[in-house]
Design a protein around this ligand. Structure first.
Ligand code: BES
Ligand code: MN
Ligand code: ZN
Length: 499
């Protein structure tokens, strides 16, 4: 990962390949942001004029590069638009900074080292800039025989107060969180022939080795013996057998317990209810929820909040074959509920039913599941926004607020009780599909059946934002690592008695 250094020197004096500064839109064209002073001075106060001549407006994701011609030690300057920047302390400001840092670093791929002189007013701003750099510099080139422009390798975060202790702490947190998001992205981007349920379990085992975390992996035999009919049913058509992974973080003197549950379909072909070829390749991202919960619990163990955290990753590959489950099969999930599988492509809820029912046995205070669950969530909210459902209005509101402060776009969706009857089955306790209307909500209501009504529960449908075809801000093409930052924030909020 990109290395991060801090400097309170003027950016023009730093020996780097490129300097990044910021501009914001203003009534009279464009406003230079703090961090631009030394460069502007060296350019005889002509920086704003040059930018206007180059067509810059200061809008978000806009990057203008030009040679410094001696005005700075770095040969190149990149001026990035932040869009309107709010006040210090406003999550929207932090997200604007995160996005600007990421967009600039992405545009500078091929430069070894950069100095980022964006306006940093407090420790949180510095953390956001750091996250933006680390996330924007991400690249996945393990499978390329020849590399393209290599990502930025070293970045210096520049600002007058960055040597303060609280800034260093915020930057250290950002480095842990950034690494966790990038780890989740790596898992999502890994082709499904290599990231099988077993391979993912091995990667999780390797990750937690030598940490405070404990891991348990149930293989296909243990799953069958334990009555995990959902994970077995979904995985039985594949040559790559399923797994249930449980990772536990148990700090001393924890008074609260949060359980994270992730959907881990390493490839979702739809099974016998086969998906059309168009868009099927994106279904390597159907384990994005599992990647997020494992990456988050690992980051949390390093951050050290006094909250117990358990992460479950329900892993299976959904494939059609002679041994695959059939539409009309009835399976018995963990805990004994019978499910009529009317559509094998509604498989995420089946593996989650097992994991949620198992999670209830640990008696947590709060359960948050994360799943690339429904195309309907994309229809409702688009490709960039995740849906939040919950069995409690206060929890949904607080999870939404945690996402906002973490800089992730999520939006509340309801769980209307009257939709539940669409899942009635004539032969089993419940069917795995209803009808087309409100598909994301019906999926949420299905999951709700496996949650103890006395336990707080939130469900994040990340089908849209888990994967992107189009790079934007600090998000390169491919797996995005969505939900990692929100999950970390949720647990920190529980530790702070805020949730
Ligand atoms: N993994 C998909 C949902 C999905 C679709 C995620 C597109 C990301 C992008 C899920 O398993 C699925 O196939 N859901 C079905 C449910 C339907 C059969 C009730 C869907 O949304 O079409
Ligand atoms: Mn599916
Ligand atoms: Zn799926």
């Amino acid at each position: 990962m990109t290395s991060i250094a801090l400097s309170s020197a003027a950016p023009t004096g730093l020996k780097v390949d490129a300097v990044i500064v910021g501009a914001a839109p203003a009534d009279d064209g464009l406003a230079l942001l703090p961090g631009t002073e030394s460069l502007d001075k060296a350019m005889k106060k002509k920086l704003a004029e040059v930018l206007v001549q180059l067509g810059a407006t200061g809008k978000a994701d806009e990057v203008v590069k030009f040679p410094t011609l001696g005005a700075a030690k770095a040969p190149v300057v990149a001026v990035v638009g932040t869009g309107p920047l709010g006040e210090a302390g406003d999550p929207q400001r932090r997200e604007a900074l995160r996005r600007a840092a990421g967009a600039a670093v992405r545009a500078l791929a091929g430069s070894e080292s950069v100095a980022v002189a964006l306006p940093i007013e407090d420790a949180e701003d510095a953390g956001a800039v750091t996250e933006g750099i680390l996330l924007g510099a991400y690249s996945f080139d393990q499978y390329k025989s020849a590399q393209g422009a290599p990502a930025v390798r070293a970045a210096t975060v520049v600002g007058p107060g960055v040597k303060a202790k609280n800034v260093k702490e915020a930057v250290a947190r950002a480095e842990l969180v950034g690494a966790a998001v990038n780890r989740a992205r790596d898992w999502v981007n890994t082709p499904p022939r290599d990231l099988t349920p077993q391979a993912f379990a091995e990667a999780a085992t390797k990750l937690v080795k030598g940490t405070k975390l404990n891991i348990d992996v149930l293989d296909e035999k243990a799953l069958a013996k334990g009555g995990y009919g959902g994970i077995i049913g979904v995985g039985q058509g594949s040559a790559n057998p399923p797994r249930l992974i449980r990772v536990a973080y148990r700090p001393a003197r924890a008074t609260k317990h949060v359980t994270l549950v992730g959907k881990g379909i390493t490839f979702d072909s739809g099974g016998l209810s086969l998906k059309p070829a168009e868009g099927m390749a994106e279904m390597k991202s159907d384990m994005g929820g599992a990647a997020a919960v494992i990456a988050a619990v690992h980051a949390l163990a390093e951050l050290g909040p006094k909250v117990a955290v358990t992460a479950y990753a329900a892993m299976a590959e959904n494939m059609p074959s002679g041994s695959a489950q059939r539409p009309s099969d009835v399976i018995t999930v963990y805990g004994g509920t019978t499910v009529e599988v009317l559509n094998t492509d509604a498989e995420g809820r089946l593996v989650l039913a097992d994991a949620l029912a198992r999670a209830a046995e640990d008696e947590p205070d709060l359960i948050v599941d994360v799943a690339t669950l429904t195309g309907a969530a994309i229809v409702a909210l688009g490709k960039r926004v995740a849906g939040i459902m919950a069995n409690d209005d206060d929890i949904r509101t607080k999870v939404h607020d945690a996402a906002r402060r973490a800089g992730e776009q999520m939006w509340p969706l309801p769980l209307p009780a009257d939709l539940r009857e669409k899942l009635d089955s004539p032969v089993a306790d419940i069917a795995n599909i209803g009808d087309r209307n409100g598909g994301a909500l019906q999926a949420g209501l299905f999951l709700n059946e496996f949650v103890d009504p006395g336990t707080g529960w939130a469900h994040l449908d990340i089908a849209g934002p888990a994967f992107t075809d189009k790079p934007h801000g600090y998000t390169p093409k491919g797996g995005t690592g969505v939900a990692v930052r929100t999950l970390v924030q949720i647990v920190e909020d529980v530790a702070a008695d805020r949730l």
